[in-house]
Design a protein around this ligand. Structure first.
Ligand code: PHE
Length: 343
């Protein structure tokens, strides 16, 4: 037999066998087809194999290769057909399928508790007229520090306290942190971005991720969220700040919440305070706040003689954890569905 004839016989057979397997409507007829094509005793495959002997020695290698390919292709279509028909008896009905049983409920995902909290906070602040603003998570030193009155030598800019992105020094292969971008360490960056683009009055909140190289424990995580608030207008006072935060806290936690300011320091506010809420028998610190420092207004081109404003930054996870009785921040980011499904 010539190689040419051998190959075309295989081509024809392969097509025939494949369509026989594909067309089998139950396991019995599939078995009949299997015996016809792949049967050890009298199948077509066996016949072809026998004819190998009559092929020229020089062509045998090519013939053998095609034969192996034939075997695996035909075996493959057979397996596929077998899988398709598994569970279907010769009458065509699947005995394992009981149409009277209730269906399986598909697992449906849901919104992460932190995202739910963010939506809730935006809604509360939205009712007080605060619009949502956004800024990038990869920031430049101007927005994260300089415009916020945090000078070059300030400890808050320490590489150990920030995630700087090393950048190539121009002209050399060296990498440097100098003047480089970083993952923002606070959402106060958005205050600057908003004021650079808009004249007063300003009334915005910004909810987003911030990054600090803290070792994770029950109350720390290297990534967390802040709610930044900024209100700038004529005649804004600290009483306005306290009222807004009180209304916010009672809306989020309940009417029994008390609010307390403790003196503090931030380079971008003067005076500055720590904000505590009393709820469920304990005072808890939720963040910082204060009256916008005139140096910040100057950096964005607002006249500090005309305008005043307040700003605050609260920890979103802390609010969420407090409200839901969560005791370990790591639970929020472990991805454990047994935990997440409770919300
Ligand atoms: N950015 C401050 C922090 O991350 C919080 C803050 C925001 C303080 C706005 C005052 C005004 O700790």
């Amino acid at each position: 037999m010539s190689l040419q004839d051998f190959l075309s016989t295989l081509d024809g057979l392969e097509e025939e066998a494949s369509s026989a397997f594909q067309n089998a409507s139950d396991t019995d007829s599939l078995e009949v087809a299997r015996v016809r094509y792949l049967g050890q005793k009298s199948g077509a495959l066996r016949d072809v194999q026998k004819r190998m002997g009559s092929i020229d020695k020089a062509d045998r290698k090519a013939a053998g290769m095609r034969l192996n390919q034939f075997k695996s292709n035909v075996q493959g279509t057979f397996e596929t057909a077998k899988e398709r028909l598994s569970g279907v008896d010769s009458a065509g009905a699947d005995p394992t399928f009981d149409p009277s049983l209730p269906g399986l409920r598909p697992t449906v995902g849901h919104i992460h508790p932190v995202t739910q909290t963010i939506t809730h906070l935006m809604e509360i602040m939205g009712r007080m007229g605060f619009e949502a603003a956004e800024g990038p998570e990869v920031e430049d030193p101007w927005h994260n520090f300089v415009a916020l009155n945090i000078p070059e030598d300030h400890p808050a800019r320490d590489p150990l306290d920030n995630f700087y992105l090393a950048t190539a020094k121009s002209g050399s292969g060296d990498r440097t942190l100098e003047g480089s971008q970083l993952l923002r360490s606070q959402t106060s960056t958005v205050q600057i971005r908003v004021m650079e683009n808009k004249q007063p009055p300003v009334r915005v909140i910004s909810l987003g991720r911030v990054y600090r190289p803290d070792a994770p424990d029950a109350t720390h995580f290297p990534m967390f969220h802040q709610m930044e608030g900024l209100l700038v207008d004529k005649h804004v006072t600290m009483a306005n700040l306290k009222t807004v935060l009180r209304v916010f806290a009672t809306n989020y936690l309940g009417d029994d919440v008390e609010i307390r300011f403790r003196p503090s320091f931030f380079p971008f506010t003067e005076p500055s305070v720590e904000v505590d809420f009393y709820w469920n028998g304990a005072w808890i610190e939720f963040g910082g706040a204060g009256m916008v420092d005139p140096a910040v207004f100057e950096a964005v081109g607002y006249d500090p003689e005309v305008y005043s404003g307040f700003a605050f930054g609260l920890g979103v996870e802390r609010l969420c954890m407090r409200r839901h009785g969560i005791t370990d921040i790591r639970d929020l980011y472990s991805g454990d569905l047994r935990f997440l499904q409770q919300f």
